[in-house]
Design a protein around this ligand. Structure first.
Ligand SMILES: *[C@@H]1O[C@H](CO)[C@@H](O)[C@H](O)[C@H]1NC(C)=O
Length: 253
C-alpha cells in the first residue's frame, strides 16, 4: 500500500533546545543529529531555540505543527537525554516496516510504551490531513491546565477518550518493542543493548545518559570522529558511499 511507502518521505528530527542548555550538551546533541542526517539524506534536523509555549515541554506541539507543513514525518526526540546510537538504522525503513504491519490503518502517530505508559521522549508524527487539522488542536486543549504529565499526559488522555478518533491513527508499541526507537538502560522490562538505534534516559538527565555511555564503552553515532570522511568503494560494479574516521581510518558503521 502506498501509504506505507516511506522510502521517499522526508523526515525531520525536532530538538527543542534554548540557549540556556549547557554548551557542551548542546554541541553533543547537535553533532549526534547532524552526523545521523549526513548518513541519511532526506532526514533533517530542526533546532527550536525559541520557546513561545507557556511551558517549554509544550513547545514541541507548536513546532511540530510548523514542521508538518514542510516534512512528511516529524521525529519528536528529546534533546538532552537521548542519543542516536546506531547510524546504520534507517528511519525510513524502521517506520516503513512498522506501517507495513498494519497496512489497512492510517497510522499517523507511532509511539512506544515504557514500563509505565506511553513515552513522548522519542516518537513519530506523520504530516497528514488528520494530524494537521485535528491532532494539534485537540492536543493543545490541555495546555492551559498543563495537567499531570503535561503534553505526554495529554496524549494519553486523547487515547483514553479517543478524542478526534485518536485510536484509529495511533500505533502504540508494547514496552518489549520500545527498544526499536526508545530504549532505556534502566527500569523493568527490556533494556538497551549495544546495536540498538536510540538510547534514552528520562529522569536521569544528560549526566546519567553520558555516564552510561562512558561506563559501557559505547559510542553514539560517530562520536569519536570529529573528522569524518566520505569515501567511495566499488561493490558489485557499483559505487557505494561509506564513511571513515579520519583519525584511525576505520570504516564507520
Ligand atoms: C546497527 O544496526 C544494524 C541493523 O540492525 C546491525 O546489523 C548492526 O550490527 C548494528 N550495529 C552495531 C554496531 O551493533
Amino acid at each position: 500500500m502506498i501509504r506505507a511507502n516511506t522510502f521517499r518521505s522526508t523526515f525531520v528530527i525536532l530538538s527543542i533546545m534554548t540557549t540556556n542548555v549547557e554548551t557542551h550538551v548542546y554541541a553533543r546533541t547537535v553533532r549526534n543529529r547532524a552526523k545521523y542526517c549526513e548518513l541519511h539524506p532526506g532526514v533533517y534536523h530542526w533546532i527550536q531555540q525559541e520557546v513561545y509555549a507557556k511551558n517549554a515541554v509544550w513547545q514541541k506541539v507548536y513546532t511540530n505543527q510548523v514542521l508538518m507543513e514542510q516534512y512528511d514525518w516529524v521525529w519528536l526526540l528529546d534533546a538532552r537525554d537521548a542519543m542516536i546510537m546506531n547510524g546504520s538504522i534507517d528511519l525510513r525503513v524502521l517506520v516503513g516496516k512498522l506501517l507495513l504491519e498494519e497496512p489497512k490503518r492510517s497510522i499517523d502517530v507511532i509511539i512506544a510504551r515504557d514500563f509505565n505508559e506511553m513515552n513522548a521522549g522519542s516518537f513519530f508524527i506523520r504530516s497528514s490531513e488528520w494530524s494537521k487539522q485535528l491532532l494539534t488542536h485537540a492536543w493543545l486543549q490541555d495546555e492551559p491546565s498543563d495537567h499531570w504529565w503535561q503534553e505526554q499526559g495529554s496524549l494519553m488522555t486523547m487515547r483514553d477518550e479517543n478524542r478526534v478518533g485518536f485510536k484509529d491513527h495511533l500505533m502504540e508499541l508494547e514496552q518489549q518493542r520500545s527498544t526499536l526507537f526508545n530504549a532505556y538502560f534502566f527500569g523493568p522490562g527490556k533494556h538497551f543493548q549495544d546495536g540498538d538505534f536510540l538510547l534514552h534516559a528520562p529522569s536521569q538527565g544528560w549526566g546519567g545518559l553520558y555516564n552510561f555511555i562512558h561506563e559501557n564503552n559505547l559510542r553514539e553515532v560517530m562520536r569519536r570522529s570529529g573528522r569524518v570522511r566520505k569515501a567511495i568503494k566499488w561493490q558489485e560494479g557499483k559505487p557505494v558511499i561509506y564513511y571513515i574516521d579520519a583519525a584511525d581510518m576505520k570504516e564507520l558503521s
